[in-house]
Ligand binder design. Structure first.
Ligand code: C2E
Ligand code: MG
Ligand code: MG
Ligand code: MG
Length: 289
């Protein structure tokens, strides 16, 4: 029986692999079409400055709604695009659209775009950025590019020269998902980063777990010591925000507690709503008794 079961399981495994394979092949073909047809879109999520309580920028996030399969998360389609060698076309679309949107927003609010490790080789990023800024009239400091540790490690030398040339233009560079990658700290000071975005896994438990809070505080201090603007991703609750305010030197926050990512047409209203709140990010803690 054991043998038979093993065989069955093996068959199931192969069937599953076939399904995965066919599913991925289909997604790849459809993604290529979607990109060509202009069917990808962007949503934007605000980052707030803790001390001024104001929206400082919005992160642009790519969205793809498949006509039959519904929304496909970027965690699925971005790696496919990398595999297919079309990620740079997506990046170009995202940079152009994000910069164009941002130039419509009031005040000095900036926009952040995620860049793939493949883009260092597959794309003339400085050229793309120059073009997008010139077309929209947006000033360089209002654009931020987010790169992950993985992206930087894949292409160390190229990443260094491309990031330096972007940085020389006044564009801000953020290290995204900090703490989830290789955590080789040497390049933190070698590369021209302006901002450290601490991954949301460091935020998740801080309201209940003192050790988690202490870890977050220490990661934040590492960033501050390197003169980086320190951001926490994935703030979902008031308790997380409170713990962060009281015990860490984190300067900016992003997460569902403030807003989910929203389509461009809702951003102006969201910004004026968030910035119209005159109170601090948190109401004063109620005193007991
Ligand atoms: P990321 O750059 O770290 O973006 C933040 C992700 O966290 C977004 O997921 C956002 O919706 C989600 N998020 C924000 N606040 C919260 C929160 O409070 N709780 C939780 N659980 N999640 C929160 P999304 O949009 O699904 O994107 C996932 C990842 O896909 C991004 O992570 C980024 O690495 C990649 N990605 C998205 N758009 C692009 C793009 O245009 N180009 C590239 N290269 N990568 C992209
Ligand atoms: Mg990001
Ligand atoms: Mg991130
Ligand atoms: Mg992330």
């Amino acid at each position: 029986a054991a043998k038979g079961e093993g065989k069955g399981r093996c068959q199931l495994f192969h069937q599953q692999m076939d399904i995965d394979y066919h599913y991925r092949q289909r997604l790849k073909a459809d993604l290529r079409e979607a990109l060509a047809a202009g069917a990808l879109s962007l949503v934007f999520q605000p980052l707030l400055d803790i001390s001024s309580h104001r929206v400082v920028s919005c992160e642009a996030l790519a969205r793809w709604t498949h006509p039959e399969l519904g929304p496909i998360p970027p965690a699925t389609f971005i790696p496919l695009a990398e595999e297919m060698g079309i990620i740079s076309e997506i990046t170009a679309f995202v940079v152009r659209s994000a910069v164009a949107e941002c130039s419509q927003w009031a005040g000095e609010i900036g926009v952040a775009v995620n860049v793939s490790g493949r883009d260092f080789r597959g794309l003339d990023l400085p050229g793309l950025v120059d073009e997008a800024l010139a077309e929209s009239g947006l000033s360089a400091p209002r654009l931020e590019l987010e790169v992950t540790e993985t992206a930087v490690i894949e292409e160390t030398d190229l990443a260094q020269s491309v990031l330096e040339s972007l940085s020389a233009r006044g564009i801000s560079i953020a290290l995204d998902d900090f703490g989830t990658g290789y955590s080789s700290l040497s390049y933190l000071s070698a590369l021209p980063f302006n901002k450290l975005k601490i991954d949301r896994s460091f935020v998740q438990d801080i309201a209940e777990d003192e050790r988690a809070l202490s870890l977050l505080a220490n990661v934040a201090r590492l960033g501050r010591d390197l003169d980086l603007t320190v951001v926490a991703e994935g703030v979902e609750t008031e308790d997380q925000l409170r713990a962060m305010l009281e015990h860490t030197g984190i300067q900016q926050v992003q997460g569902y507690f403030f807003s989910r990512p929203l389509p461009a047409r809702d951003i102006a209203e969201l910004i004026s709503h968030l910035n119209g709140q005159t109170s601090p990010l948190l109401p004063a803690k109620r005193k007991h008794g």
